[in-house]
Write a protein that binds this ligand. Structure first.
Ligand SMILES: [Zn+2]
Length: 429
């Protein structure tokens, strides 16, 4: 029997809407039997249970290698070795992404399974994994220690089980997902593989309770106001960049944003000045804006520019001595995460749903800002999911992970991956 044909049938099946309650789903006998039917897939699924301790070890080891955004090299090298020992052809691209290739029967089509390498913690952060019962504690242990451990485990399970995919699978540990990394790793990957890329599955953090199919668009902006600067007493009356920034900020935080589509703004950092008795020569603020709508984002960005211009104008108009110089301003884009949405009838979402059914999991659709933003913005099918177990305290020094339930997350990710990659046509037995 040609199992590949069944996979094709599955991929062509219409998608069940996410809102269908679990009890109205097909009974077990009508679920996709090809998962259980294929001996290689079965072997790959069974590999996880036997190797949970090893997977925990890899997670701890990788977590303890510092990897702030832009300084992922050391951790990348460790991941490269692990992927190579999963029998993959591995390279590190010029951006720093580790890319391990499992060649498919059809090399013209590619599916990516990725996990980001980087953390939000500065290089000086001490990282030593502590154990409290079954709980592992360390900065970055879950985000994205869990995703990286799953990437390694899934590649190893495929290797041990001699999985031969139809489409080529790239196992990718990418750089620059967090903060000012601005998704640079994923951007480079999409740029390089876009014509062949059929789907991207992002493993980020823990859990199995969600699937991110909607990319939250965001922009980070920095406003800078500059002037000549001077002495608080002798130059009194000179326009003051901090005054202008405060005037502008008050205007900006009074901007009305819609509840739907949900749109938010945050002044996250403000800086400027040199001493209490100096008129500053510079003041800056950093703003993060997010929206379910790209249009609202554009409106909010132009509102910020208008407010900064108005704040500068107000300050110039009220300065007591305009001969003492003029203020300049600029607003720069520090980062931009594009929005996008996976179509509800996509083969990738169908693959995830059938994997969920097979492992007996239920997950809700979420909107979030992840590596999946980039492919989604390019119209490439992409999701971001947790890699099993439970975790908490992401981006804090108290971050933790509990491996119980990891196996389900690994199976769910593997089945989703193989469902979209397909299996190579088998030789007659
Ligand atoms: Zn993450």
């Amino acid at each position: 029997m040609k199992h590949a044909a069944l996979w094709v049938i599955l991929l062509a099946m219409p998608v069940r809407p996410a809102s269908v309650p679990h009890n109205s789903r097909p009974s077990p006998s009508t679920q996709y039997p090809q998962f259980a039917d294929n001996s290689e897939v079965r072997a790959a699924l069974a590999w996880f249970a036997r190797n949970l301790a090893w997977i925990n070890e890899q997670q701890s080891r990788l977590t303890e290698i510092p990897a702030p955004s832009f300084q992922e090299g050391q951790r990348a090298a460790a991941v490269k070795l692990l992927l190579a020992s999963s029998g993959l052809e591995v390279q590190i691209d010029k951006t720093g992404n580790v890319i391990g290739e499992l060649r498919g029967a059809d090399e013209k089509e590619i599916v990516v399974l990725s996990a980001h390498l980087d953390t939000v913690f500065p290089p000086s952060t001490p990282i030593k994994v502590r154990h409290e019962g079954d709980r592992l504690l360390a900065p970055g242990i879950s985000d994205n220690g869990t995703g990286l451990a799953a990437l390694i485990a899934i590649s190893r399970a495929c290797h041990e089980a001699h999985i031969k995919p139809r489409r080529t699978i790239l196992f990718v540990a990418d750089v620059g997902e967090e903060g000012e990394g601005n998704l640079r790793g994923m951007r480079a990957l999409i740029e390089a593989y876009k014509p062949k890329l059929k789907a991207v599955i992002v493993l980020d953090g823990s859990g199995t309770d969600h699937v991110t199919t909607k990319a939250l668009a965001s922009r980070r902006l920095e406003a800078t106001i500059t002037g000549p600067g001077g002495h608080s007493w002798s130059d009194f009356g000179m326009p003051n960049p901090i005054n202008a920034l405060v005037r502008a900020s008050v205007r900006f935080i009074n901007t009305k944003v819609p509840v739907a589509p949900r749109t938010t703004f945050n002044i996250g950092q403000i800086e400027g000045g040199t001493s209490v008795n100096s008129i500053p020569y510079e003041a800056k603020l950093k703003v993060d804006i997010r929206s379910e709508s790209e249009d609202e984002l554009t409106k909010l960005e132009s509102a910020l520019r208008d407010c900064i211009a108005a704040g500068v104008r107000d300050e110039m108009e009220s300065s007591r001595d305009r001969t003492k110089g003029k203020l300049e301003w600029k607003v720069e884009l520090l980062g931009s995460r594009p929005g996008g949405e996976l179509p509800a009838n996509s083969a990738l979402l169908a693959a995830l749903r059938s994997a969920d059914e097979f492992v007996g999991n239920q997950s809700r659709v979420e909107r979030s800002s992840t590596d999946a933003n980039v492919p989604l913005a390019h119209g490439i099918d992409a999701i971001s999911i947790g890699a099993g177990g439970t975790g908490g305290g992401a981006h804090s020094l108290q971050e933790w992970y509990e491996p119980a339930g990891r196996e389900m997350g690994l199976k769910r990710a593997l089945l989703t991956l193989l469902n979209v990659s397909g299996l190579a046509e088998e030789k007659a037995r």
